[in-house]
Design a binder for this molecule. Structure first.
Ligand code: HPA
Length: 249
């Protein structure tokens, strides 16, 4: 059975309550990962951890080697992957400090290496992405929130934007018309690469700001940072609870 892996995003260059057993660089056919893959204990469960922006948060969303990261996790025996995602909230239920487990994605990114079926290795492949997240792991995240008595918004559409800039007010209105509830910069191609690799991937999103135009004010890094800091405790609680239930470890 495989391990539970956690991909850390903004605010999670490391996991505060992870006791690291070892940390190894993994060679991949796609080049370097964002960081060595750490193996450690969360509560009494063994998990893998990889910070997608690197150990010192130096990689911008479009500079992340998503292919290497996902490939390295699978090579390290990951079976399930929880992707942490700091997001901007668009629709009313997704205000700052809300936890959410999205169920759909719209991809607005461009120019990223986004597939393993790139025609170079001789394979042409088409994966189904009707349901872009692993339902089993989504349910585990939602159940963990319920056990802990933490409120969570179940579902929602994640709009993956190119970044690193934040959006214009008109862009957010357009994404809202498209059906997006939240925006973030790293959810794609991470989710589709995970599917290509047969990994069970879901996202634990936490809202760190109202998206552009939704609060009537401009967005400051101060508010984002404050909300990131406040998200650490609830996110760690949910991760620890999900790891405890992971049948694989
Ligand atoms: N837009 C895009 N990505 C984000 C945001 C946002 O407002 N907040 C956190 N990640």
């Amino acid at each position: 059975m495989g391990l539970l892996a956690i991909i850390g995003g903004s605010g999670f260059a490391s996991l505060p309550s992870l006791s690291v057993i070892d940390s190894r660089p993994v060679e991949t056919p796609y080049g370097e990962t964002s960081a060595p893959v750490a193996r450690g204990r969360l509560g009494d469960r063994e998990v893998l951890f990889l910070p997608r922006h690197g150990p010192s948060h130096h990689l911008p969303p479009h500079g992340i080697n998503y292919r290497a990261n996902l490939w390295a996790l699978r090579a390290s025996q990951a079976e399930r992957v929880v992707a942490l995602a700091a997001v901007g909230g668009i629709t009313p239920a997704y205000g700052p400090r809300v936890l959410a487990v999205p169920d759909q994605i719209i991809d607005y990114t461009h120019g990223r290496e986004h597939t393993l079926h790139d025609g170079v290795s001789g394979t042409v492949g088409h994966i189904d992405l009707t349901e872009p997240y692993c339902e089993d792991l989504r349910r585990a995240l939602i159940a963990a929130c319920a056990r802990l008595g933490r409120s969570v918004v179940v579902g929602g559409t994640y709009g993956a934007t190119q970044g690193p800039r934040l959006e214009t007010r008109a862009e957010i209105l357009r994404y809202e018309r498209d059906g997006c509830d939240m925006v973030g910069m790293t959810g794609m191609p991470e989710a589709s690469l995970a599917r290509e690799l047969g990994l069970c991937y879901a996202s634990l999103a936490f809202v760190v700001n109202w998206a552009a135009g939704k609060s009537g004010r401009i967005i400051t890094m101060k508010e984002i940072e404050e909300n990131l800091v406040s998200s650490v405790e609830p996110v760690m609680a949910v991760l620890t609870a999900v790891a405890a239930e992971n049948r694989a470890a």
